[in-house]
Design a protein around this ligand. Structure first.
Ligand SMILES: O=C(O)c1ccccc1N[C@@H]1O[C@H](COP(=O)(O)O)[C@@H](O)[C@H]1O
Length: 210
């Protein structure tokens, strides 16, 4: 199994960010959506140095995204709302690297994905719920076998400590990584570092600790 990109999303506190980064994760996400319980209110005293910084936005203005991208030196912009292909093109022309999220509950939810071809570095497939993201809900990953595009994707939505077997058994030529969030929290915005460490060990080696 090729190494998966590991993204830990919704972080807010300096020491917690530092400790999660030391687990050798690839991306750390910061949520700039005011209605999220994980919304980053102020700049933490520590920001990732090695892991890529991802800013998560929901239907946000270009001006605001550019401001945060500059202030936080964001490596990727994750668009988790109803952003159009034209909007993605416009952000990309400003030099931003994009991850576009899609909410999935049935195969027809994949219909619009091809409209974003060539505009995003990654897609992210999340469960469709009444929330934009961070629901902790999973969707049927088998639906993704209908996805035949070229853009690599991150698997997301309710991934939890018991998802190891399903992740290791899920194969898709464009699966690039996984995104973990609310199912690894001690409180919104604060991640359980020990639990993530054990989970990553199991994902990487197939072995569970203890
Ligand atoms: O986490 C949030 O509060 C959030 C709010 C608005 C948009 C995206 C959000 N998080 C993203 O949601 C997915 C799935 O999270 P979960 O594992 O189901 O909790 C993840 O990609 C986060 O980046």
């Amino acid at each position: 199994m090729a190494p998966l990109i590991i993204k830990v999303c919704g972080m807010t506190e300096a020491e917690n960010i530092r400790n999660v980064e030391q687990l050798d994760v690839d991306m750390i996400g910061f949520i700039f959506y005011p209605k999220s319980p994980r919304c980053l209110c102020e700049i933490p005293a520590y920001l990732p140095v090695r892991a890529k910084r991802v800013g998560v936005f929901v239907n946000e203005s270009k001006e605001t995204i550019l401001m945060y991208a500059d202030r936080f030196a964001l490596d990727y912009i994750q668009l988790h709302g109803n952003e159009s292909p034209g909007y993605c093109r416009s952000l990309r022309s400003s030099g931003l690297h994009l991850i576009k999220a899609f909410s999935i509950s049935q195969s027809k939810d994949l219909a619009t994905v091809s409209d974003y071809k060539g505009l995003c570095d990654y897609y992210l497939f999340d469960a469709k719920t009444s929330l934009y993201g961070g629901s902790g809900n999973q969707f049927d990953w088998n639906l993704l076998h209908r996805y035949s595009g070229m853009t690599p994707f991150l698997l997301s939505g309710g991934i939890n400590p018991y998802s190891v077997k399903a992740i290791r058994e899920f194969h898709h030529p464009k699966l690039a990584g996984i995104d973990i969030n609310s199912r690894f929290e001690t409180a919104p915005g604060n991640k359980d570092v020990e639990r993530i460490g054990k989970f990553l060990q199991a994902i990487r080696t197939g072995e569970t600790a203890g």
